[in-house]
Ligand binder design. Structure first.
Ligand code: DQA
Length: 147
């Protein structure tokens, strides 16, 4: 089983950006935590982060050709704005878990809108980095059920 862990704009700035909201750990820490977890669960994980909407669309399309089984996706600010990303997810039909480090429902009103949620098989918010490992576990269990 192969999972793509996809992150949108400013996630590379974890540890620097608003630590009171996102914590003090870095993007590299996130990659390490998720890699370690994936090893224990015996699944392959690939990581991609971009600050650019079109790059994220390209990464979703590439996941189709690479036969990725599931996507763990924090689209960051593009969650609230991007129809292009929604359309890409609809196009590839790869089960996607939407993850947010912070609890977006408890923040500004504009963060309560999510285009990605329309296609996500699950949304996890406000659990910090643990949201990513929970998303991996969810995708593994879902795959087992579908077999
Ligand atoms: C975020 C929440 C978004 O509203 C924000 O734009 C982000 C990060 C989160 O992980 O909590 O960049 O997706």
């Amino acid at each position: 089983m192969k999972i793509l862990v996809l992150n949108g704009p400013n996630i590379n700035f974890l540890g620097i950006r608003e630590p009171e909201i996102y914590g003090g750990n870095t993007y590299n820490d996130l990659v390490q935590i998720v890699t370690d977890h994936a090893l224990t669960r015996k699944v392959k994980v690939e990581f991609y982060q971009s600050n650019h909407e079109g790059d994220l669309v390209d990464a979703i399309q590439k996941a189709y050709y690479d036969k990725v089984d599931g996507i763990v996706f924090n689209p960051a600010a593009y969650t609230h704005t991007s129809i292009a990303i929604l359309d890409a997810l609809k196009a590839v039909s790869i089960p996607t878990v939407e993850v947010h480090i912070s609890d977006v429902s408890a923040r500004e009103d504009f963060r309560s809108i999510s285009y990605v949620r329309q296609v996500a098989v699950k949304t996890i918010c406000g659990k910090g980095f643990a949201g990513y490992t929970e998303a991996i576990d969810f995708l593994i269990e879902r795959m087992k059920e579908k077999k």
